[in-house]
Ligand binder design. Structure first.
Ligand SMILES: *Cc1c(COP(=O)(O)O)cnc(C)c1O
Length: 382
């Protein structure tokens, strides 16, 4: 499958017609265990925490979309993140993007820092500042790009060069771009992590995560951790994700074209102050975005003139097509207020330094008709 193009892989990779019946859709193997002929003699499946055929089909499909040799699915994006950090030992150090997904920041600082892993948060626009933090204990660079919610773009090729020079593992959280817009392993990353909950699943009907890698030893360790710690997704959710991913390329095209139209609408609106979207030529890393991404995506953040929390709240509760909700990447458009929602667990001084001010609103632009989306925002801004 790996020599086919993206849309063909999204629909077919990992999925053969069911050998028993010819069913074109992968069956939902809703089972916890598998019958053995004699002790230890079985068809490769012993217990479903370790392996499930519906899950394996999805893992192969996601891996092929990332041009990866291996994929693994987890019961959430945080489950996948947790498994990757478990590759480390107490005393090991990680350097991560400073404006990180709130849940990753919380896991790093509240769960793994007390367990002895040391985290540094750096502005990765400047690889010099990253190199200053590297010492003999540094083991991993953790990059998120585009970042959440101010759409910073981190240069993956440059990050990979630093990681290689110091023998660090480069992990890229590719949730915001999805494999359609960006393939970090091709740019030198060692591990890609996804919240499948978002664009890959795409229909706001499941919570799931995934890792992809080309490295056999890393895959073996991650699979060992997944089976030992048990954060694996069930067969029904695996089926839903397999169904969702079949239209990833079609959805992404519309997310991108709707995103572009809305970014431009907001930029000329008199009540809007800043608009964060990597497609603008004056975005600080527009050239890097153009180089490493296929298009600019449907995630947009903006602030209101006067920076009033009340006005931001009013706008977020007045939209009718955009729903006020956490999460992103689904077919339906969402509006969110990061300072009180996704980034509420990050201290105010830290989040404001990262641009998450009181009036910042974040849009996950869906695939509805663009005219309806723009008039909805127009009436809500008031
Ligand atoms: C949502 C998200 C996660 C966590 O994924 P869950 O599926 O919610 O556990 C991690 N990283 C990013 C960038 C996300 O948006």
């Amino acid at each position: 499958m790996n020599n086919y193009k993206f849309g063909t892989k999204a629909i077919h990779a990992g999925q053969e017609p069911d050998p028993a019946t010819g069913a074109i859709m992968t069956p939902i193997y809703q089972t916890s265990t598998y019958v053995q002929e004699s002790p230890g003699k079985h068809k490769g499946y012993a217990y479903a925490r370790g392996k499930n055929p519906t899950r394996i089909a999805l893992e192969k499909c996601i891996a092929s979309l990332e041009n990866a040799k291996h994929g693994l699915c987890f019961s959430s994006g945080m489950g996948a993140t947790d498994a990757i950090i478990r590759l480390l030992r107490p005393g090991d150090e990680v350097i991560a993007t400073d404006d990180l997904y709130g849940g990753s920041y919380r896991m790093f600082t509240k769960i793994f820092a007390p367990a002895g892993i040391v985290f540094h948060f750096a502005d990765m626009h400047d690889m010099g500042s990253v190199e200053k933090l590297i010492n003999a204990k540094t083991k991993m660079l953790w990059v998120e790009t585009p970042t959440n919610p101010t759409m910073k773009i981190i240069d993956i090729v440059k990050s990979a060069a630093v990681a290689r020079a110091h023998q660090l593992l480069l992990v890229v959280d590719n949730t915001f771009a999805s494999p359609y817009l960006q393939n970090p392993l091709d740019l030198g990353a060692n591990i890609v992590v996804h919240s499948v909950t978002k664009y890959i699943g795409g229909h706001s009907d499941l919570v799931m995560g995934a890792t992809c890698t080309n490295d056999d030893a890393i895959q073996e360790q991650l699979a060992f951790i997944a089976n030992s710690c048990g954060a694996v997704p069930g067969p029904m959710d695996s089926f839903l994700a397999l169904r969702g991913v079949k239209t990833l390329h079609l959805r992404m095209e519309r997310h991108c074209s709707n995103g572009k139209a809305i970014a431009n609408f907001l930029k000329q609106h008199p009540k809007v102050d800043k608009v964060y979207w990597p497609g603008f030529p004056d975005h600080p890393n527009h050239d890097v975005a153009k180089k490493q991404m296929k298009d600019f995506g449907g995630m947009i953040s903006f602030t209101l003139k006067g920076n009033s929390m009340e006005e931001a709240f009013r706008m977020a509760s007045r939209t009718k097509v955009f729903s006020l909700a956490e999460s992103l990447g689904g077919v339906e458009s969402l509006i969110g207020h990061p300072a009180s929602m996704t980034h509420a667990s990050i201290p105010k001084e830290i989040r404001e330094k990262a641009g998450v001010v009181d009036s910042l609103l974040r849009l996950s632009v869906g695939v509805e008709d663009i005219d309806d989306l723009i008039s909805d925002l127009d009436q809500a801004i008031g």
